[in-house]
Design a protein around this ligand. Structure first.
Ligand code: URA
Length: 237
């Protein structure tokens, strides 16, 4: 808690002396209440208005696209002290990831402080495409891929229709690479989908979300979205 005139002066609105004058004139409100007492203390969590204007600027919205490496938690903090996706971004703004990737999953993660956009992107009814590429143990048959595409039961609930493609088959190592385009974001969804038809996922990467890709962003690196990209994301809804 600090003296009101100091908070006002620190915000850059005016000098401390001028702030004192404004307080005495009844032109300062804290949480809607006029304050004329000079010794009054407040904090930045209070809503402070001077001459009818808030002195606390609304935090600017920021948007980062990260290429998450393996071994990083998709969270804002970790009680086991492991590195999180937020630790990889050099910012003082409080940001959080849009959806999550498993500890061992790599690829595209968006981080922002824009709750509205985050909710829109995550809501399955908005049908935002997420492209995953999975290395799978075994050689998946066309029939099995069709089963995935038409929806499988995971945790007692059927997954929505999706699109799949076998990108590569390696008979020697008995593995294949499969692309899956889904718009839901259920817990361990891709791994559980493959498990439900008898295959295990050895490696998983999210390659894109909507029109955003990892182009030009190396593993562990990130970039800010452009204003045009943010507008285009909003225009999807
Ligand atoms: N599906 C999974 O199983 N894991 C992820 O990290 C993302 C989607």
């Amino acid at each position: 808690m600090e003296r009101l005139q100091k908070i006002i002066a620190n915000s850059g609105y005016c000098s401390r002396r001028k702030a004192e004058e404004l307080i005495k004139k009844g032109l300062v409100k804290v949480n809607g209440q006029v304050i004329i007492e000079l010794g009054t203390k407040a904090s930045l969590n209070d809503y402070i208005e001077v001459e009818g204007k808030s002195i606390i600027k609304k935090e600017d919205k920021v948007y980062y696209l990260l290429n998450k490496p393996r071994g990083i938690i998709t969270s804002t903090s970790d009680d086991k002290g492991r590195k999180t996706v937020v630790d990889l971004i050099n910012t003082t703004t409080r940001i959080y990831p849009v959806g999550r990737l498993d500890y061992d999953t790599t690829g595209l993660v968006l981080l922002t402080n824009d709750g509205e956009l985050a909710n829109l992107l995550m809501h399955p009814s908005n049908k935002i495409d997420k492209v995953y590429v999975a290395k799978v143990k075994g050689i998946i048959s066309k029939e099995d891929l069709k089963r995935l595409e038409s929806g499988v039961l995971i945790d007692g609930r059927r997954t929505s229709k999706c699109r799949g493609k076998i990108l590569k088959i390696d008979k020697k190592s008995n593995t294949c690479i499969v692309k899956l385009v889904i718009h839901e974001g259920r817990y361990h969804q891709v791994k559980k989908m493959f498990e439900s038809i008898g295959y295990s996922v050895l490696k998983l990467k999210r390659e894109s979300m909507a029109f955003l890709t990892l182009d030009g962003v190396k593993s562990g690196d990130y970039r800010e979205l452009s204003i045009k990209e943010v507008k285009s994301l909003y225009s999807l809804f």
